[in-house]
Design a protein around this ligand. Structure first.
Ligand code: ADP
Ligand code: ZN
Ligand code: ZN
Length: 667
């Protein structure tokens, strides 16, 4: 007897596949085909997963139609999507949906009149690899099949050239390559290097493209018209046949983790994809994540290291200034030390460029009344509003905006003033202090489009900008020949966050920022780090460029608390409309977890912490509670959460439960 029914992944919040009858009129259908089916009163998209002879005792409905001849999801790719749905506890049909182009029915790319997504540039030639590069290159290409390589190279050591040459070999063998970068729209320099080396061979996918542009690039890649796909995390979902290599640049970046809906980590998912396709994957970074570092040190990954910059360009010199000791008589803005001030003067005199980083937008962090203590808070999020311009108070989480009237709304006192400093204030002060310098600010308020970022980079490259002021948006991957002085205005921004990755992130930020200085000079670039916590451990290690020292210190702390990489985490987030309901639901969930734990010895080693109000308890008008689950390994964690899933949310109307596996956002 042949199987009559179809198992479909239906685009709806349902965790298991649904069963359907074949279409009334025969259409050939197989695994990976996309179809339309009735669901309740609606019609939705679905993907064929397989056939079955069982139908349960429901009344089945027939499939309506096949959406289109192509695309069909390749078998290995569909297997990977099924893994994603399972691992991240997300409805299978909503995962498979991500693998189709935004405009499904548009099979042929129409030429758009706008500037092309991938620029065509003069061909750039292959470079002779340095001894260090050659060693890493050979170490990576020696292995065939699925292997994980961690490429740890200091900033400017030439990791990108290694990627380019690995890709060349893969293309020559008739296969394709996938290159993931954290924020492609913010790293046009990298895109330019790729498209200059491989003209007409690069497709690119990221969130700043229109649906039409995305669809066009999607087809370039799907049809193998362009064998290299470069993109942000979402590029992972573009199906391919013949994948021969995956590269994940800046593998430590938290933007690889999607925070909502399918809460996947693109780096981890990419490793699984490489496994499915039995191809190598290279994770590159100057500051690998502790997870990857630990895996490399314990032999799960191959480790390749480069400790020197190309052409023996020296590493930058880092100096730390304790802001509390700054010369307060110097008549400088409170955020500026005399040292940084004189270094800026020197650089400008030498006609060199300066970059100042501060991870805070706006003019001031919060506005407080000194008579009654009132601070302006967002009514939706209960966090302080940030002053922008003269009188706009903005919430950085939900964009709520109100007007600052220079009078306390509570006690009418005029002793109310802006505290802290943001990029906008730095820009104002710097323009006053150095009136002849060309100053440009780069943060999300100033730069929101791809074209703006491209202009900024062009102007920096041509030396049209003297002082660049920006958030971490400009800390990554940029390479400017004239930039020799970098100032980190306040290193402390991340030190005290209630997040076990806080010091790892601070170390990374300092190293990344420092890595922008002196990339093309035989004189070491200068980096000045201003802080109120000069003794902070991560700062000390960063100063000495002692990544390994930092890792062993940090890993020891993680081990004591069984945080990753020593065990796995799941964050259960309970989100509701009222505080009371949310609290109740959180307690209820906690009881369920506890009774599951008491039930099976398998779960003995699992720790369940909470429920506790999330560090940001009220966000966008919703209340939030957290339960943290710590498990010695992924399988046990999975087992527990799968047992919880069927009853999850029963009787908890108006409250939502979200599971975040391997969470990054602890707030
Ligand atoms: P990373 O990605 O490790 O920070 P890059 O790949 O950006 O480093 O390389 C830093 C600089 O060195 C770039 O300007 C690049 O063009 C140059 N470069 C890389 N490899 C070589 C090489 N083998 N010979 C000469 N220059 C190189
Ligand atoms: Zn007041
Ligand atoms: Zn808000």
């Amino acid at each position: 007897m042949s199987d009559k029914y179809f198992h479909l992944a239906v685009d709806a919040p349902i965790s298991a596949p649904l069963t359907y009858l074949p279409p009334n009129e025969y259409i050939p259908l197989g695994r990976g085909d996309s179809v339309r089916v009735p669901l309740g009163k609606r019609t939705v998209d679905a993907v064929v997963l397989g056939k079955t002879s069982e139908c349960g005792d429901f009344e089945l409905k027939p499939i309506q139609e096949k959406i289109i001849e192509k695309p069909i999801l390749p078998e290995k790719f569909l297997g990977w999507l099924e893994w994603l749905a399972k691992y991240y506890s997300y409805p299978i049909g909503q995962v498979t949906k991500l693998a189709f182009p935004p405009l499904v029915k548009k099979t042929k790319a129409r030429k758009s009149h706008k500037s092309p997504v991938v620029p065509s540039l003069e061909r750039n030639k292959k470079l002779q690899l340095t001894t260090e590069q050659q060693k890493c290159f050979e170490g990576i290409s020696r292995e065939s099949g699925f292997n994980i390589h961690l490429l740890h190279g200091v900033t400017g050591s030439g990791k990108t050239e290694i990627y380019l040459q690995l890709i060349e070999d893969v293309l020559n063998s008739g296969k394709t390559a996938l290159v993931l970068v954290p924020e492609i729209s913010l790293t046009p320099q990298l895109l330019n290097r790729f498209s200059a080396r491989f003209p007409e061979k690069v497709a690119v996918i990221h969130s700043h493209l229109t649906d039409r542009e995305k669809t066009e690039q999607w087809w370039f890649s799907y049809n193998n018209e362009r064998p290299i796909l470069l993109g942000a995390r979402s590029a992972l979902f573009c199906p391919r046949e013949n994948l021969g290599l995956i590269i994940v640049d800046e593998e430590h970046e938290s933007s690889y983790k999607q925070d909502e809906k399918l809460k996947y980590n693109a780096r981890d998912a990419a490793i699984m994809l490489a496994k499915m396709y039995d191809c190598p994957i290279v994770l590159g970074s100057a500051t690998p994540s502790l997870e990857s570092w630990h895996n490399a040190k314990t032999g799960k990954y191959y480790l390749h290291q480069m400790n020197e910059r190309v052409s023996s360009r020296p590493m930058p010199e880092i100096k730390v200034v304790a802001l509390q000791d700054r010369d307060k008589t110097a008549n400088l803005p409170f955020w500026l030390s005399s040292l940084l001030y004189t270094e800026i003067q020197d650089s400008l005199a030498k006609k060199e460029q300066v970059a100042l980083f501060l991870n805070r937008r706006g003019v001031a962090q919060f506005v407080q009344c000194f008579d009654c203590g009132y601070t302006y808070e967002c009514p939706n999020c209960e966090i302080s509003l940030t002053l922008h311009g003269k009188s706009d108070l903005v919430c950085h989480y939900c964009n709520y905006t109100t007007v600052f009237k220079e009078k306390c709304p509570d006690c009418q006192s005029e002793n109310i003033s802006a505290q802290g400093v943001g990029t906008e204030q730095v820009e104002k002060d710097v323009s006053k202090l150095f009136p002849d310098a060309v100053v440009q600010r780069a943060d999300r308020d100033e730069i929101s489009k791809r074209e703006q970022m491209e202009d900024l980079i062009k102007n920096m490259e041509m030396g049209n900008i003297d002082i660049l002021i920006g958030t971490q948006m400009i800390a990554k991957g940029l390479d400017f020949p004239g930039l020799n002085l970098v100032g980190l205005i306040l290193a402390d921004v991340g030190f005290h966050l209630p997040d076990f990755r806080a010091s790892e992130r601070s170390y990374q930020l300092i190293t990344q920022v420092a890595g922008r200085a002196g990339r093309h000079s035989q004189v070491p670039g200068k980096v000045i780090v201003q802080t109120f916590n000069p003794q902070q451990k991560c700062l000390q290690f960063a100063l000495n460029n002692d990544f390994e020292g930092f890792c062993s210190h940090e890993l020891q702390q993680r081990q004591e608390l069984s945080y990753p990489p020593f065990g796995r985490l799941a964050l259960i987030r309970i989100v509701g409309n009222t505080l009371l309901n949310t609290q109740k639901a959180a307690q209820h969930t906690m009881h369920m977890l506890q009774s599951l734990k008491n039930h099976r010895t398998l779960y003995n080693e699992i720790k369940v912490l909470g429920p506790a109000p999330a560090p940001m308890t009220k966000l966008r008008n919703k209340y939030r509670y957290h339960i943290l689950v710590k498990s010695p390994n992924a399988q046990t964690l999975q087992a527990l959460l799968n047992e919880l899933a069927p009853d999850f949310g029963k009787g908890l109307s108006s409250v939502k439960l979200q599971i975040d596996i391997d969470p990054y956002n602890m707030m």
